[in-house]
Design a protein around this ligand. Structure first.
Ligand SMILES: Cc1ncc(COP(=O)(O)O)c(C=O)c1O
Length: 359
């Protein structure tokens, strides 16, 4: 399907002001944004316009009742300088899963993808060429009705904007298993949706973890505070006695696209992986027995973030140095090579910018 996306170009590009060697994360925005409005039961007025502010009514429903969902993805360049996305349609699908949970209209996948390709094609000069750098892409949707009262809004805005980000060389992260707060309820809550409110609710526990000297919270399940869910804004993998495992999706965990990629790649690399319930007690026992070999987080931002230690009930479990690890570094190297275009993409995950595969 072709959508009639009207393009209004920025009169002056701000690209010349950007130092690609030194980009502050989350503060630099590209020249254009894609916008579409949902009114009278359909998506209308799909357009690309200069990036900039827009007005909101004080009673805009999103500001009160929080119908707000988002995605986070990247475009980067292969070693030959060709811009591409990794599994973009997965982000369109996940946005729509979030929309269903929040009683919001879905964005047709073809509209999401066409808007995405046209926007990034136009702003492809903003994709940093440096290895490990990328153009961060933020698709999001929120309610617009000017109304006080709890009900689903009838109008919505969908936007995609972008901004260049530098290479992400994360230091190994320290985690604290939270025994007071949860990220989301297991079954029936909003954990498997990428909704703004989940992130708002995570801020206080994250601040408390930082005050205790840990980088991120490791979330436990909401029923028993026993089963590991995920970490900060990443999914989590364990290597215990040579076996790789990640918590099985249970309605409370965000189904990470990097998680899915890793689950598909590991068996192809000859490494078995299980999706199953992983209790904190199992991790404590494995650590005591010297069998906890690796823990790493997975997500779009870092791809892989090694975990240096985990605290639980006042005790720190130190993990082996990264130099001794095998699985995390191997998977990172594999995904980096896919992104660089130096290994075969047999799944067809790499999608060149400007060539939308319509749903
Ligand atoms: C809560 C949470 N879990 C996991 C992830 C990792 O998901 P992905 O691999 O799709 O970036 C993210 C990032 O989007 C997240 O916010």
């Amino acid at each position: 399907m072709e959508f009639n996306i009207k393009i209004t170009k920025a009169q002056n590009s701000r690209l010349g002001e950007v130092d690609f060697e030194n980009i502050p994360f989350g503060k630099v925005f590209s020249d254009h944004m894609f916008v579409a409005d949902y009114k009278e039961g359909e998506w209308q007025d799909a357009r690309i316009v200069p990036f900039g502010r827009f007005e909101m009514h004080p009673a805009a429903m999103v500001l009160h009742y929080g119908q707000a969902i988002f995605e986070g993805m990247k475009a980067s360049k292969s070693v030959e300088g060709k811009p591409f996305f990794l599994r973009p349609e997965m982000h369109a699908k996940r946005l729509n899963n979030s929309a269903r949970r929040m009683c919001m209209p879905e964005v047709p996948e073809a509209l999401f993808l066409e808007g995405l390709h046209k926007l990034i094609d136009l702003d492809q000069g903003w994709i940093p060429p440096q290895k490990g750098s990328a153009l961060y892409i933020r698709p999001y949707m929120f309610s617009m009705d000017e109304f006080i009262g709890v009900k689903p809004s009838e109008t919505y805005r969908f936007i995609i904007f972008t901004g260049p980000v530098g290479p992400y060389y994360p230091k190994p992260v320290s985690l604290i298993a939270d025994t007071e707060y949860v990220r989301a309820a297991v079954h029936g809550g909003t954990g498997e949706a990428k909704v703004a409110g989940n992130y708002a609710a995570s801020l206080l526990p994250a601040r408390l973890a930082n005050q205790k000297g840990y980088d991120q919270v490791m979330w436990l399940d909401s029923k028993e505070f026993k089963y590991i869910q995920e970490v900060g804004t990443m999914n989590i993998f364990f290597v215990i006695d040579g076996k790789v495992a990640t918590p099985a999706l249970n309605g409370g965990i965000l189904p990470g696209i990097t998680r899915d990629t890793i689950l598909k790649l590991l068996p192809e690399m000859g490494i078995e992986v299980e999706e199953r319930a992983i209790s904190i007690d199992e991790v404590v026992e494995a650590h005591a027995a010297g069998k906890l070999q690796e823990v790493f987080g997975s997500g779009t931002a870092a791809v892989i973030a090694h975990v240096s230690k985990i605290a639980y009930k006042g005790k720190d479990m130190e993990l082996p140095p990264v130099a001794e690890r095998k699985v995390g570094p191997a998977i990172k190297e594999h995904i980096d090579a896919l992104r660089a275009g130096t290994i075969d993409d047999k799944h067809g995950w790499i999608v060149p910018v400007g060539e939308p595969v319509n749903a």
